[in-house]
Ligand binder design. Sequence first.
Ligand SMILES: Nc1ncnc2c1ncn2[C@@H]1O[C@H](COP(=O)(O)OP(=O)(O)OP(=O)(O)O)[C@@H](O)[C@H]1O
Ligand SMILES: [Mg+2]
Length: 454
Amino acid sequence: MTRKGNIIILDDEPNIVEVILARLEVMGFEAKGFTSPAKALDALRQEECSVLLTDLKMPDMDGMEVLRLAKQIDPDVEVILFTAYGSIEGAVEAMKQGAHDYLVKPFEAIELLAKIESAMEKRALKQRVLYLEREVEKHIEHHIYAESPSMKKILSLVRQVGKSDATVLILGESGTGKELIAKMLHMESSRRDKKYVIMDCGATPSTLIEAELFGYTKGAFTGALRDKRGIIEEADTGTLFLDEIGNISPEMQTRLLRVLETGEFRPIGQVDLKKVDIRVIAATNVDLVQKVKEGKFREDLYYRLKVITVDLPPLRDRKDDIIGLARLFLVEFCNKTGKKITGFSKDAIDLLMEHQWPGNVRELKNVIESAVVLCKDDMITSDVILLSDMAEEEAGKDEGDLNPLELQEKAMVIQALKKAKWVQKDAADILGISRRVMHYKIRKFNIQQDKKLA
Ligand SMILES: Nc1ncnc2c1ncn2[C@@H]1O[C@H](COP(=O)(O)OP(=O)(O)OP(=O)(O)O)[C@@H](O)[C@H]1O
Ligand SMILES: [Mg+2]
């Protein structure tokens, strides 16, 4: 039996090296022994090694120096030091410098084994996180993750039109990433080194939007205690992002149209017009075509804005992005909280893929954030995901909304429930899922106990 992971043993006493080598071999590890630090480090350079065991006190080079050089050669190698009883402080210091652990001589085989295994586990975990980070990075551009063909197409469109000064209208449900796309458009443009100014038309009361956008002179209205530059002027030579454009009042629509057409505007209370050079990007999650039909949004402004349209699909229509996004957020929140979680269990992935994500990427991000907080293991399971807000979003699907696979699943759930005499826990056992997932599916499929059949 050979276990994975190479081990290097270094001690200036040949006997000790021999004894440990023999012990490790019995335990099935692959190990190489050295009495010279230089040779041990050479071996580390030549082939990957997961754990390096080194003595702390050696004549040529001490264990601290070995630790430092080893980490330089391979930052992922885990180092365990041996130390005599009298020099434990040295070992503690070594741990501060990045050693995994230490062993006080003489030590038992079982102690050696436990420490090596924990070092190997730590290294495997680190490598797994690194792998996930790399996988995720492959699909990232301007902080935007795109694996699905539809998102890739959008990014290539954005790259193309970013270079021009054309006005862009970004459409998409809430949480689909409109703000990220707007920023990318700016960063891809020749204006990237200039200002990027956001006006959130949705969050600002309409009476304030005018003052914010156009600015005013002192005394222009009650409360105008001094001159104030408007956002339009601030964005001069740069990009102005008008977020939630669907919400602006008819008067503001007219005034905005004028800025878009002429590049001119007049601050409140001022006689003279000012001229600016801005690139405008607008976004909305409302149906502007409908608003135009209802006479609530000026048609000419609509056409002026939608010179180029970027339509972001809802997350449920680009399922290829779900797992990658989940991993991206997992890595992000693990880094933030210092938690070490290596990924998602199979049932968690099923659940993420199944959910309809009415709140799109923002909802997914929130779910992963709370899952990271709640997770007590090194894997996120479906149970942990269901503890977050997500489960409440989707309940009670009608039969007509289900696809063939879901219909079959629903039938299986009902069958299991009947077999288990409607005891949910037992039915969950029959299907090999957790009680919480069972509960979720019952609500999702709107399953109710039929008293006559029970
Ligand atoms: N493709 C993506 N890659 C990485 N993160 C994303 C992606 N899409 C969205 N996000 C993240 O999801 C959250 C919501 O995105 P954003 O604010 O851009 O959405 P929005 O469409 O502007 O939503 P709203 O209409 O509610 O304003 C942000 O935290 C954003 O960073
Ligand atoms: Mg937004």
